[in-house]
Design a protein around this ligand. Structure first.
Ligand code: ZN
Length: 390
């Protein structure tokens, strides 16, 4: 059973009175059942700890993340999730993850997440703008906005966290006793997703991939849940809508949310480590459409046609097996044909060598491509999707 910060055994009692009196993070101290004072934000010894700390190895550790906002409070709140992080740069520092919650009435809870990877920009920009633009009277229900979930990765413009070198989207459901990224994932899994009815996780290709702009759902065993997700994906209104299989779905936020039975949609909205006016427009319109679809935003849907795609087989992925300089021979979003040359990889250290040619294993649409000019064995060179009827 999960130990909570406010109903715990003695081992999780950390807060000093000095921190209580000068609480820069806005964390609220609470009395626990043992008459101690505790705080989920603390790394400090509680002065009122009346018995030696004991811990059953089977006990889970309570989350160290504290929130300066309360999910159940009516109104519009801007704040942070705070996680203690002692580093060379800041001895008593913390990681701060921005969060906005707008709650008005009893409608569903919709959670929009971006910055799961730190080098993708459509999602964070769209959600930062939504947090400024939406007012309490616009919402009928509860909206949770997390524009920069992996805040350390966003701050360093990197896919992975610079603190523990972990990929946030391979750390779910997380670990309250793990590294920084594990702890953030655990908090989302235990405190945000259980409260949510719909979850939209905004991604792009980052520095190393470029996608045609698309919203996506997974093939799910639960056909009813998949249909709900597909309806939300279509409402998002990206130029392309994809049913997909992951190469490896372990540790993904997607899998955790879907397993919890919540409606989940994700996106890939271009990439290359930057954002375009067009891709941001798709993100902004799509987020508002998604909220309209869930019923918490009273606004007209901005209808757009979408091309339905699937990735039915493993041969959708083309993987590089050599070093070199990449010459794409197909257009992103354009058709590819089985047996045609998708790309050539040139040996740039020698002249007189024939380039390695990569051949499409199937007909389809070039959905994504490797973005940097150089490529390495194991890199995903291209992804081919198949156009299917709605
Ligand atoms: Zn991503």
């Amino acid at each position: 059973m999960r130990a909570t910060a406010f109903g715990h055994s003695a081992y999780k009692c950390y807060l000093s009175h000095a921190l209580l009196a000068n609480n820069a993070t806005g964390t609220t101290a609470n009395s626990c059942n043992n008459q101690h004072i505790t705080c989920p934000n603390g790394n400090y010894t509680c002065l009122e700890l009346s018995q030696p700390a004991t811990m059953n190895p089977n006990d889970e550790i309570a989350s160290q993340i504290s929130s300066s906002i309360k999910l159940e409070v009516e109104g519009k709140q801007h704040g942070h999730l705070s996680l203690p992080h002692s580093s060379n740069e800041s001895a008593w520092g913390s990681v701060r993850i921005p969060i906005t919650v707008i709650k008005n009435g009893s409608g569903p809870t919709v959670t929009l997440i971006a910055g799961n990877h730190g080098d993708e920009y459509e999602g964070p920009l769209a959600l930062l703008k939504l947090a400024n633009e939406l007012n309490l009277e616009d919402i009928n229900g509860r909206l949770i906005l997390l524009p920069c979930l992996n805040a350390p990765a966003v701050a360093s413009a990197s896919r992975l966290s610079p603190i523990d070198n972990k990929n946030m989207n391979r750390c779910f459901p997380g670990d309250s006793n793990g590294s920084i990224t594990d702890k953030i994932a655990d908090y989302i899994s235990t405190s945000i997703i259980p409260e949510s009815d719909y979850v939209l996780d905004l991604h792009s290709g980052g520095k190393t991939l470029d996608f045609i702009p698309l919203a996506a759902v997974h093939f799910l065993a639960d056909r009813q849940l998949q249909e709900k997700a597909e309806n939300a994906m279509i409402a998002f209104g990206a130029p392309n809508s994809l049913r997909m299989r992951e190469l490896d779905d372990r540790g993904m936020l997607d899998t955790m949310v879907e397993t919890a039975g919540k409606v989940f949609v994700t996106t890939e909205l271009r990439g290359g480590g930057t954002v375009t006016r067009e891709s941001l427009q798709i993100a902004e319109t799509g987020c508002r459409n998604f909220l309209v679809h869930t019923g918490i935003l009273q606004q007209e849907l901005v209808l757009a046609s979408t091309r339905m795609l699937e990735m039915p087989e493993e041969n959708c992925f083309v993987v590089a097996d050599c070093h070199g300089m990449l010459e794409m021979c197909s257009f992103l979003g354009g058709p590819v044909y089985k047996g045609s040359v998708i790309a050539r990889v040139h040996d740039f250290e020698n002249t007189g060598r024939a380039p390695r040619e990569f051949i499409a294993g199937r007909d389809g649409i070039l959905m994504a491509r490797h973005f940097p000019g150089l490529i390495t064995p194991g890199d995903c060179l291209a992804v081919i999707a198949e156009e299917v009827p709605r």
